[in-house]
Design a binder for this molecule. Structure first.
Ligand SMILES: CCCCCOc1ccc(S(N)(=O)=O)cc1
Ligand SMILES: [Zn+2]
Length: 268
């Protein structure tokens, strides 16, 4: 899959393999890439980590967009109406979008793993530092620019809150399609317990792969039904014009070296 030039700056040498670019990657420094395998027994309990305090306003939800990589539920981030504070974060971070990564089968699909355990999918809630920067595009290039909450998905009972999103997906089947999507509370996708998490310094898992992310990975997963996840797989990487349609599956990056980083835990 050719990545478009805007996303793949020359700094990052990518070997583009269909459908997901994998392979060797040369990133300047490149010593804090994501995702990683979280070795539970190697994580270090940090008693100074505060509880996470997300405060989201469903009224800031605006649209769903198929960007040819995942589907993004986008939020109006022109004010501090939907924010994330606390946890490992010193500043105020604004929610700008959430998206998922998933596999073609329920056996794999997540980007992070826990002691090598794969999950069928992973939710990423993307926030940018509104104390230090004025826009997401600026924060994406800065060391302390982004905070992403990761939540693992398991196959089980139907997730009632997710269904509104699942019902909207056929409208964004093709790459570059957008549909209005309002009044969705992203907090409904968080697990019951958000006090137990791992946190580490990492990067975006897709181009531009910038090392700007404070990752906050929830210990507790959420459950979605087999049928709900199957609708994710009905999406396409390809636009309506392309002759050959490719199912949007396996849109995850392979794990990256830890390079001596410490993963902290908020729990013992
Ligand atoms: C300047 C435009 C940058 C667009 C890319 O934004 C991203 C890319 C990856 C992630 S992820 N999978 O690491 O959460 C979050 C946001
Ligand atoms: Zn992601």
């Amino acid at each position: 899959r050719r990545c478009n030039l805007t996303a793949c700056s020359s700094k990052y040498v990518l070997s583009a393999l269909h459908p997901m670019w994998q392979g060797p990657l040369v990133a300047p420094g490149g010593n804090r890439q994501s995702p990683i395998d979280i070795r539970v027994r190697k994580s270090v309990f940090d008693p100074h980590l505060k509880p996470l305090t997300p405060d989201y306003d469903p009224g800031t939800c605006s649209q769903i967009w198929n960007n040819g990589y995942s589907f993004l539920v986008e939020y109006d981030d022109t004010t501090d109406k939907s924010i994330l504070k606390g946890g490992p974060l010193e500043d105020n971070f604004r929610l700008c979008q959430f998206h998922f990564h998933w596999g073609e089968s329920n056996a794999w699909g997540s980007e992070h793993t826990v002691d090598r355990r794969l999950f069928p999918a992973e939710l990423h809630m993307v926030h940018w530092n509104s104390n230090k920067y004025s826009r997401f595009e600026e924060a994406v290039m800065e060391e302390n620019g982004l905070a992403v909450i990761g939540v693992f998905l398991k196959i089980g009972k139907r997730h009632e809150g997710l269904q509104k999103l699942v019902d909207a997906l056929p409208a964004v089947r093709h790459k570059d399609s957008v549909v209005e999507f309002t009044r969705f509370d992203p907090a409904c996708l968080l697990p019951a317990n958000i006090d137990d998490y791992w946190t580490y310094a990492g990067s975006l898992t897709t181009p531009p792969l910038t090392e700007a992310v404070t990752w906050i990975i929830m210990k507790q997963h959420i459950e979605v039904s087999h049928d709900q996840l199957a609708v994710f797989r009905s999406l396409l990487f390809t636009s309506a014009e392309e002759e050959v349609q490719k199912s949007m599956v396996n849109n995850f990056r392979v794990q990256q070296p830890l390079r001596g980083r410490t993963v902290r835990s908020s729990f013992t």
